[in-house]
Design a binder for this molecule. Structure first.
Ligand code: MF3
Ligand code: CO
Ligand code: CO
Length: 269
């Protein structure tokens, strides 16, 4: 591992410089490109295992590394979370059915920098209620990102997400959060997707972290299955998630994982 760059705040959050933003931009862009490319491989009858195999190949073809293969014993280049799976779904040989909604989460390492992003997809036809869930979740992420400015707090980010989602009569998952990242996968702080405005650590220019809200149509509670990874909604309600890796600047945050093709909606591509 290279020397860590930048200084640490009193809360243990690393502050990065301009060259570091450039490194994150390259890693984030590759992760986003892979999510663009994979859209055409999501269809009824496809397996999540085949989608993961294609992602593994794309990471390899780009000369990059998967951050998830070998991470705490995880063995795949993506997490694929279908319907009531909240996150950390393990790719396998189950075939996608008409109307299934799925989150595909990819983290790559390029030149030591981590790009972590996820989006929603649909196999076949998207129902109105799934579409609404997915739209609310994406909007929630973007409201969270808008709040990521120096002088604001992490509570402001959580509050922006939670107040919007609950106003739409949906719920925010509490059991998983976003995270600092950079030259490591998971670093301080924990980025909660709920909270009170004005509370928590104050954001500073040069902080890198993910925001990755999980939103349920039903109740927020989750449980982890016997495989020790797959998290599902306890009430079996549908769940959606979007994730971006961002860097705090003096103005609007830089979104490292924006889609180069402008794709983010599950019916695009
Ligand atoms: N990419 C996930 C995140 O957003 C982490 C997946 S860890 C894995 O933080 F091991 F499950 F892949
Ligand atoms: Co993440
Ligand atoms: Co992720």
């Amino acid at each position: 591992m290279d020397e860590p760059k930048g200084r640490l705040t009193k809360d243990g959050i690393r502050i990065y410089g301009e060259a570091d933003f450039a490194g994150m931009h390259v890693a984030g862009k590759l992760a986003a490109q892979i999510l663009d490319e994979i859209a055409q491989h999501v269809f009824v009858g496809q397996t999540t295992g085949e989608i993961d195999r294609l992602i593994t190949q794309m990471v390899d073809d780009a000369g990059a590394k998967s951050a998830t293969i070998g991470y705490r014993g995880y063995q795949h280049a993506s997490c694929i979370s279908v319907n009531h799976v909240v996150c950390h779904g393990i790719p396998g040989d189950k075939k996608l059915k008409d109307g299934d909604i799925l989150n595909i989460d990819v983290t790559v390492i390029v030149d030591g920098w981590f790009g972590d992003t996820s989006r929603m997809y649909v196999a076949g036809n998207l129902s109105r209620k799934s579409e609404r869930l997915i739209e609310v979740t994406h909007d929630a992420l973007m409201y969270g990102i808008e709040a990521a400015r120096p002088g604001n707090t992490f509570g402001d980010i959580g509050h922006a997400i939670q107040s919007y989602v609950e106003g739409q009569r949906m719920s925010v998952v509490r059991d998983f959060c976003g995270h600092g990242l950079g030259r490591v996968f998971h670093a301080p702080p924990n980025v909660l997707h709920y909270g009170r405005a004005g509370t928590g650590v104050v954001l500073e220019e040069g902080m890198f972290f993910t925001i990755e809200p999980m939103v349920n149509l039903g109740r927020p509670e989750t449980k982890v299955l016997a495989d020790d990874w797959t998290a599902v909604t306890r009430d079996k309600s549908l769940s959606a998630q979007f994730e971006h890796s961002i860097g705090v600047t003096s103005g609007a945050p830089e979104i490292f994982t924006l889609s180069p093709a402008g794709k983010f909606h599950p019916t695009y591509g």
